[in-house]
Design a protein. Structure first.
Length: 124
């Protein structure tokens, strides 16, 4: 008999991988605290300033996960940019205007310190 994926799985391969994935090694591991994300962003901001760099820009992926707790799982790459912008003085996310509601639901470690900048398609 062929293996049949569990309900909700897209493929047999995906079902096998997820059903065999053992997360026990993560038991007891504490999530990274908002304070730690703040330290990381502060270090980056200070480094930018000391080297005379105007901004650090990253799209969702490992870098945004490290600095801002936003991964490409939460916001996949598309033709419309969603970018983390860190300057010596502020942290911004650039997002399409029609995605602002979704962007506000992301787990920013310090939402009060992050400025959300939007852009609208078709505007000049």
């Amino acid at each position: 008999m062929l293996f049949s994926p569990s309900n909700g799985r897209e493929s047999t391969f995906e079902a096998v991988v997820w059903e065999s994935f053992n997360t026990s090694s993560l038991n007891g591991v504490k999530p990274i605290s908002p304070h730690e994300f703040g330290i990381r962003l502060d270090k980056l901001s200070k480094q930018l300033e000391s080297e005379g760099v105007d901004a650090f820009i990253a799209e969702p992926g490992g870098t945004t996960l490290y600095y801002a707790n936003i991964s490409d799982y939460q916001w996949g790459l598309t033709e419309r940019p969603f970018l983390l912008v860190v300057t010596p003085n502020e942290v911004l996310f650039l997002a399409p205007l029609f995605e602002v509601s979704r962007a506000k639901m992301l787990p920013f470690p310090h939402p009060d310190k992050v400025k959300l900048v939007t852009w609208a398609e078709g505007t000049k």
